[in-house]
Design a protein around this ligand. Structure first.
Ligand code: SIN
Ligand code: FE2
Length: 215
């Protein structure tokens, strides 16, 4: 009787956030070293930058991407682009450690067919926040979002299909992986202002990897 429900009931490292959404506590920890190496290699080729929203607001979260396409925003809108607009070059490939982690986490959360082609890397310093939004620039919403938290803890806000739906809050710590898809694939979500602190590996910083199937 090791079906998903039985495991949800007995495994304290799994939390159900909603039907289709699972929080896997510490899931990335065994792969921490290769993941950090992967981040460093991506950032050398495609440095973090503060993008501008279509409304002209400079985001407090610094971003970069790897994969076949990368998520970008500028005055003309939000989109996935094959090229990094800062360098004019293709985004760095998804490191194999990233791919392995994303596929394993999706499988663990009940999405065995997930094969990401894009990873948005978000860097939060104290005071940075990400306001409530839906991830809806991808082609096919049958694929989940896999979100990996590293460094300083953050408060993740998880709502519903409407912006004014009640928000549930989850503290995300170093190594936690959140997966949402199915009926909550388009749920509004955001990250509250990052509190100051010092993480033993990443210092005064939180890094989030968000894996998507964009194309
Ligand atoms: C995102 O929604 O793109 C990022 C979420 C997070 O930083 O946890
Ligand atoms: Fe998002």
């Amino acid at each position: 009787m090791t079906d998903l429900f039985a495991r949800l009931a007995i495994d304290p490292s799994r939390e159900s956030m909603a039907e289709g959404a699972t929080l896997l506590r510490g899931f990335a920890l065994p792969r921490e070293g290769p993941i950090l190496t992967g981040i460093r290699s991506v950032v050398v080729e495609a440095p973090f930058r503060h993008m501008v929203t279509p409304g002209g607001y400079t985001m407090s979260v610094a971003m970069t991407n790897c994969g076949n396409v990368g998520w970008v925003t500028d005055r003309s809108g939000y989109r996935y682009d094959r090229l990094d607009p800062e360098t004019g070059k293709p985004w760095p490939a998804l490191p194999s450690s990233f791919l392995g982690l994303a596929i394993a986490a999706a499988q663990e959360a009940g999405y065995p067919n997930f094969r990401p082609d894009a990873c948005l890397i978000n860097r939060y310093t104290p005071g940075a926040r990400l306001s409530l939004h839906q991830d809806k620039d991808e082609c096919d919403f049958s694929n989940p979002i896999v979100s990996v938290s590293l460094g300083l803890p953050a408060t993740f806000q998880f709502g519903g299909l409407n912006r004014n739906h009640a928000i549930r809050k989850y503290a995300l710590h170093h190594g936690d992986v959140a997966v949402w898809g199915g009926p909550c694939r388009l749920f509004y979500h955001g990250v509250a202002e990052l509190k100051d602190g010092e993480h033993q590996t990443l210092g005064r910083m939180r890094i989030n990897l968000t894996f998507r199937r964009a194309l």
